[in-house]
Design a protein around this ligand. Sequence first.
Ligand SMILES: Cc1ncc(COP(=O)(O)O)c(C=O)c1O
Length: 377
Amino acid sequence: MELKAKATFDGIDISEIRKMNALAGPDTINLGIGQLPNDLPPALAEQGGEAFAAGKTRYTPNPGMAELRELVARYHGEKCGKTISADQVVICNGAEGALWNILFTYLEAGDEVLIPEIAFTVYETITKMQGAVPRFYRDVASLDALITEKTKFVVINSPNNPTGQILPVEDIRTLARLAEERGFYLISDEIYSELYLDGEAPASPLTYTDRVIVVDGISKRAAATGLRIGWTVSPLAVTKPMVISNQYITSCASSVSQFAALRSLDGSSDGFVADVRADLTAKRDFAYEQLSSMEGIKVEKPLGAFYIFPDISAFGTSKEVALKILDRADLLTIPGLAFGTGGDRFIRISYAVDEADLRTAMERLKELFATWSDNES
Ligand SMILES: Cc1ncc(COP(=O)(O)O)c(C=O)c1O
C-alpha cells in the first residue's frame, strides 16, 4: 500500500513564506523574514549557557517548569489586572506549538474557526488538519453575522502579522462580549504584543473575559525564534486537557530554552525590548514615509510588530509584484496572498533589518515602481 498523508492534509503545502524565502539569492536583501535581526538579550544568552553548564538538560514537567509558568502567570495577570495561577499556563514549542496544542485538543470534524481574512496562515492550516472548517471575517463589525452554533473559536492577532495593525480596545471589548453571549472562545495570539510602537500597549481580551485562550511566547520579543518557547494561558478546566496533549505531542518544551526564557519575563530584558521598540519605530517611520511617497502605492501606518503591508495592486497581483521585485531589485518580500486571498492586493515587507539595507531597499523600490512598465518582462 502506498503511504499517503491523511485526507485532512489534501491541498496543504509548505507556506508561501517559506517558498518565497527559498528563492532568495546570496546578495538578496531579505525583507521577508518574521524575526528580529538582533542577538539574544544578554541575560537570556547567559542563562541558557548556565543551564547547559549546570546540566539542566533533562525533561521538565509536561506543562513546563514551575518557575517559568509562575512568571508567565504573573506577566499576564499584571497585564490584565487579574490573578492568574501557574496551573493555567502550558509551555509549548513556540507559539505555533501552542496553537497546535489548542486546535488539536479542541477541534472536532465540522467545528468552525473564525479567522481574520488577512492573517498568519497557520490558523487556517492547523484547523484544516483537524478536519475542522476555517471561515474568514473582515473585521469585528462583521463578525456577529458569521457566528453559528458550530463556531468554537474566533482567532484574533493584535498586533497583526502581516498588517502591523492593533485592534482598538472597543473591538476587544466587543469580542469579549460576543464570546460571552454566543458561547465561543477567543484565541488571542499576542506574540507581537510587546512590539507596539506608539506608546500604548495593545489591549488583551483576557482583561474583559475568561472565555479566551491567550497565545504568547518569547520568539518575537526576545529575538529568540530558534529557542521555541511559547505558551497558552487559559481557564483551569480548559488548560487541563492541553497539559495532557502537551505530554503526548512533545513531553515538554526544551529545558535549556525554558531556563533562558525566565530572563525574558523577570524584568532583566526590559531594556532590550525598549531599545527594540525605539529602533523599530524609527524604521517603521522611515519605511512608511518612503512607501507613502511612491506613485501608485497605498499604505497604512502600522502600529506594531515589524511589518508594513502596502497595497501594490496598481502593479499586478501580489505574487507577480513580489517576483518582479525579487528579479529586478534583488529584494525579498512576501506576496500578500500568503496571508489569504484577501491579501492579494498587498506585499509584506519586514522593516526589522539593518538600517543601511532598509535604505537601499527603499531606494530600489522607488526606482522600480517609478519605471515599472519600462521594466516589463
Ligand atoms: C502571528 C504569529 N503567531 C505565531 C507565530 C509563531 O511564533 P513561534 O515562532 O513562537 O512559533 C508567528 C511567527 O511568525 C506569528 O507571526
